[in-house]
Design a protein around this ligand. Structure first.
Ligand code: FRU
Length: 507
């Protein structure tokens, strides 16, 4: 692949060429190699002809493209989304002499000659070389069906058996199945019509996570049931929601009636949690950084021959946010492997402050930014209190804006409306969160934090330790090369800013 195009992310995964959508089959092996597979059309820049592409990484930033792992088994039968597990104890019998056998479980989607959809069934393939090459199981499918809307199995291990969650997409049902050996599956229960329905449920995930207090101490653990809905997200197109609850090996019982969204913007869909992260630890996920509303039209296809990147990897646990209760944290995964040089450190005290940076000499065009604002006297905040972080192209006048804004009820926002390289009615300009959760020591003295990555055509922000995360793709006609930070905050507030250039993971 050619990763030099001006819109090509340098620290995010994107396919060598062609069209990518959902992450699939993600697992980490015993040597610490992370594997991602993904919905892949290697021969076009629109969705279709689904294969499983494959890439591996030691740090979740530097990826090695591997040969395609799963090919369509017959004409007009495509390999849709699914997951993978390491069958350490050879429950499947595929791996008599090894403990690193990998089993992939995925949907095969049949289409008829007239283009209409036939049955979607769940199938497996096994790999004796640690996930690089796979053989289809001879007795597929392992979960048969006549439904044209039954897909995206995600498998986990529960105490003494395997568990698969599979979407009956247009019935708004997550089916839960159990198996001793990954080959024979028994229906266990349904999780039906929860949260936002959209028009379909897709890519369910079930995962256990620690619950932590604000200092990180473990208070307990809980299960997360994530469901991707598409179309019909509140902001249009696709989004992922999740529910917290208990799982007893066969049934998921939500602990409340709350629907939570994983992202406050529009470009994070179908995220999957890696299999193989040890029990009791924070989980790790990454999602598809796009939206079905416009993904097949974005300009990278015509200009550079590829479409879609993955989000940055995220670390996940549950924490309690003031007023709204338990939420999933999306923190950016350890970024140190790609940190380059510190371009700026600045501390301004209170009142008005500005930081300006020309980063046109940063070859990757990618930056990592941390902003911490402390000692904010909330009784002095006004409609004019702001902290703006913007990125611009002096050549074209394009601008990407983000920041805290108190003139209204949307304390943190991102605005891609000033970027001109892509015009589409669904390519919404502005995203915001309804509240920010200060970690201040009193009711009146607040602090805010933001971590952000900008990477040529993708911007990701993690607000308040990742309680709010936003993924925003943008397509400038000229590279963005300047950063401006401006604050207008109450007396006494302290703003600290650290900006690093990032090394290209693809150079
Ligand atoms: C979600 C999805 C899945 C399906 C795959 C096909 O984006 O529609 O439900 O398996 O994409 O590429």
């Amino acid at each position: 692949g050619d990763y030099t195009g001006p819109l090509r992310p340098q620290v995010h995964y994107s396919p060598p060429q062609g069209f990518m959508n959902d992450p699939n089959g993600m697992f980490v092996d015993a040597d610490g190699t992370w594997h991602i597979y993904y919905q892949y059309n290697p021969t076009g820049v629109v969705a279709g002809n689904q294969h499983w592409g494959h890439a591996t990484s030691k740090d979740l930033y530097h990826w090695v493209n591997q040969p395609i792992a799963l090919f369509p088994p017959e004409e007009r039968v495509y390999v849709f989304s699914g997951s993978a597990v390491v069958d350490v104890n050879n429950t499947s019998g595929f791996f008599p002499d090894q403990d690193n056998g990998v089993v992939a479980i995925f949907t095969l989607a049949r289409y008829y000659e007239d283009g209409s959809g036939g049955p979607q069934t769940q199938n497996i393939a096994y790999s004796r070389d640690g996930g690089y090459t796979f053989e289809y199981y001879a007795a597929n499918p392992v979960i048969d069906s006549t439904s044209p809307q039954f897909r995206d199995p995600k498998v986990i291990w529960y105490e003494d058996h395997w568990v698969a969650v599979v979407a009956y997409s247009q019935e708004f049902v997550v089916g839960i199945f159990t198996s001793p050996d990954l080959k024979t599956w028994e229906f266990a229960s349904n999780f039906t019509r929860h949260g936002l329905l959209g028009a379909q449920y897709e890519c369910p995930n079930l995962v256990k996570m620690p619950v932590r207090d604000a200092d990180g101490a473990v208070l307990g653990e809980t299960y997360v049931m994530a469901v991707s809905i598409q179309p019909g997200a509140p902001l249009g197109g696709s989004v992922t929601e999740y529910f917290l609850g208990d799982f007893n090996g066969t049934h998921f019982t939500p602990s409340d009636a709350v629907t939570r969204l994983t992202d406050f913007a529009k470009d994070n869909y179908a995220a999957q949690f890696f299999y193989g992260v040890p029990d009791g630890q924070n989980q790790v996920n990454l999602g598809w950084a796009s939206n079905w509303q416009y993904t097949q039209k974005v300009p990278t296809g015509n200009l550079e021959g590829w479409r879609s990147a993955m989000t940055a990897p995220r670390v996940n646990y549950i924490t309690e946010a003031p007023r709204i209760g338990l939420v999933m944290v999306d923190e950016i995964y350890d970024i140190s492997p790609i940190l380059d040089s510190k371009l700026k450190t600045s501390t301004c005290g209170g009142g008005d402050g500005t930081v300006a940076l020309d980063y046109s000499s940063v070859e990757s065009g990618a930056l990592y930014i941390e902003v911490n604002v402390t000692n904010i006297n909330t009784t002095l905040l006004t409609d004019y209190s702001t902290l703006n972080i913007s990125f611009a192209s002096p050549a074209s006048g394009e601008i990407l804006q983000s920041g805290f804004y108190f003139g209204g009820d949307t304390p943190f926002f991102v605005n891609r409306g000033g970027i001109k390289g892509f015009d589409n009615v669904f390519f919404t300009d502005k995203f915001s969160v309804s509240d920010v959760y200060s970690s201040g020591s009193s009711d009146t003295l607040a602090s805010w934090s933001v971590k952000a990555v900008i990477d040529r055509s993708i911007f990701e922000v993690f607000v308040d330790r990742g309680i709010h995360a936003g993924t925003v793709v943008f397509y400038p006609s000229q590279p963005l090369t300047t950063l401006n930070l401006a604050s207008r905050l109450p007396e006494g507030a302290r703003v600290s800013v650290d900006i690093w250039s990032l090394k290209s993971a693809w150079a």
